[in-house]
Design a protein around this ligand. Structure first.
Ligand SMILES: [Zn+2]
Length: 429
């Protein structure tokens, strides 16, 4: 064996077992209580040995309104590795038709450069002329997820109902439909608004109402929808009331660490700008309802899109770049809130949703040796490896810290020390 990870509490999909994990040629070769010969041994006694995490929602390539996020793939993936994340899925720029999709795909592959994690890409569509042609092109490029927005008509990114239905019909045996869900007609864009008006500008009813509408489309078409960044516990509660049999099967729900950690009070005052993103933070009641129904959240993505505190200094909401970082701290935060049940939401369930299972997302013989070692111990989050100069999670409590991260061939993080390894683009299998 090339590597033995010894005596850790190994997460095997439904619980922990104290055992050894053996790696050979970049794959998990054996999980065994026996002692086998290995070129290198790592003592994980007392630590959690978890599957390398998969963040299905990062923006390392994003440019909006002439501003770029602080992280590119190099710094974003470095932050990811420090958070135990070994695979990310980023988004192509929105495209209207096949030619634009092809162009955006080529541009992204060119632009990515160095990545320390493995990665895939979601296609992104905006108000397509011909949804069928778009799906065909996505498939020919090996892309098996297509993201749409039900809002942002002001910037031409909204996809309208007829085309959403068509994309859902095609998702029955084609690419999964990802949707940013807010009812565009309930969004209020007032030039006088500041960051403090975010919850008013993008009310939680806009998310709830639109999610219920799309769940109806899913039921009618038999398609598959993945709701990105569910922000409101009320949205989830209402979805469960009306469409429980669909949730977790045809209608997958992703939420993000920020909606578990903070409420809209964070948006008050000068520092509130540092907590601005869309959909925005919700009331304390809605945050609690989200916690109560967390068992029905299928995946956690971070929507990682950090800006520097200087970029966040805009006086008016219309000039404020929306987004925060999270890829590095998502596990600390979600393990703090949900304990063991956070693990599958950040590994196996994600791999299932995006066709990466069982190559990724699980510690099992034959899977890629993507592993993270988490050492328990109460603390508060202080570190920040993103290129942004602040993290929303500084001083957030955590129950442990990422000690080491392995990506297939070797340690990328070992006892806290970063050792660059090149990640790969994951082709559709
Ligand atoms: Zn996003």
């Amino acid at each position: 064996m090339d590597l033995a990870i010894k005596h850790g509490h190994v997460y095997l999909g439904e619980g922990f077992k104290q055992t050894n994990v053996y790696v050979k040629d970049g794959r998990i070769a054996r999980i065994s209580d026996r002692t086998l010969d290995a070129a290198e041994a790592y003592d994980a006694e007392g630590a959690l040995v978890l599957p390398g995490l998969i963040d299905p929602h990062v923006h390392f390539l994003l440019e909006i309104g002439g501003l770029s996020t602080a992280d590119d793939f190099e710094s974003g993936s470095r932050a990811a590795i420090h958070g135990g994340v070994t695979t990310v899925i980023d988004f192509l720029e929105p495209a209207r038709d096949s030619a634009e999709l092809q162009k955006n795909f080529d541009a992204a592959r060119e632009q990515i450069g160095t990545s320390y994690v493995d990665y895939r890409l979601h296609a992104t569509v905006k108000n397509p002329v011909d949804a069928d042609a778009f799906v065909d092109t996505a498939e020919s490029l090996g892309l098996d997820s297509i993201k749409l927005f039900t809002t942002y008509s002001d910037s031409g990114r909204r996809t309208y109902d007829a085309q959403i239905r068509r994309l859902l019909e095609r998702s029955v045996d084609g690419p999964l439909v990802l949707a940013h869900i807010e009812d565009d007609e309930q969004i209020i864009l007032d030039e006088s608004f500041t960051h403090e008006h975010l919850p008013q500008s993008r009310p939680s009813s806009s998310e709830t109402d639109e999610a219920l509408k799309l769940a109806g489309f899913v039921q009618e078409t038999g398609g598959r929808l993945y709701m990105v960044h569910l922000s409101s516990g009320e949205t989830l509660r209402r979805l469960l009331d009306a469409y429980r049999p669909l949730i977790g099967k045809h209608f997958l729900v992703e939420s993000c660490p920020q909606y578990f950690s903070f409420n809209a009070e964070k948006l008050r005052g000068e520092t509130g700008r540092l907590f601005s993103f869309a959909p925005p933070l919700r009331s304390e009641t809605e945050r609690r309802v989200l916690h109560e129904h967390a068992a029905h959240i299928n995946t956690i993505g971070t929507d990682h899109a950090p800006f520097t505190s200087e970029q966040k200094q805009a006086d008016r909401l219309s000039k404020l770049p929306l987004g925060i970082g999270g890829v590095e701290h998502a596990f600390d935060v979600m393990y703090y809130h949900l304990g063991e049940s956070a693990i599958n939401k950040m590994s196996r369930n994600v791999a299932h949703a995006f066709g990466l299972y069982p190559r990724k997302g699980v510690i099992a013989e034959g899977s890629d040796a993507d592993i993270m070692v988490y050492r328990l111990g109460e603390r508060t989050i202080q570190e920040n490896h993103s290129a942004a100069d602040y993290s929303a999670y500084t001083n957030h409590p955590a129950r442990g810290s990422v000690e080491s991260t392995i990506l297939r061939v070797r340690f990328v993080l070992k006892d806290g020390r970063f050792i660059p390894v090149e990640g790969r683009y994951l082709q559709k299998e």
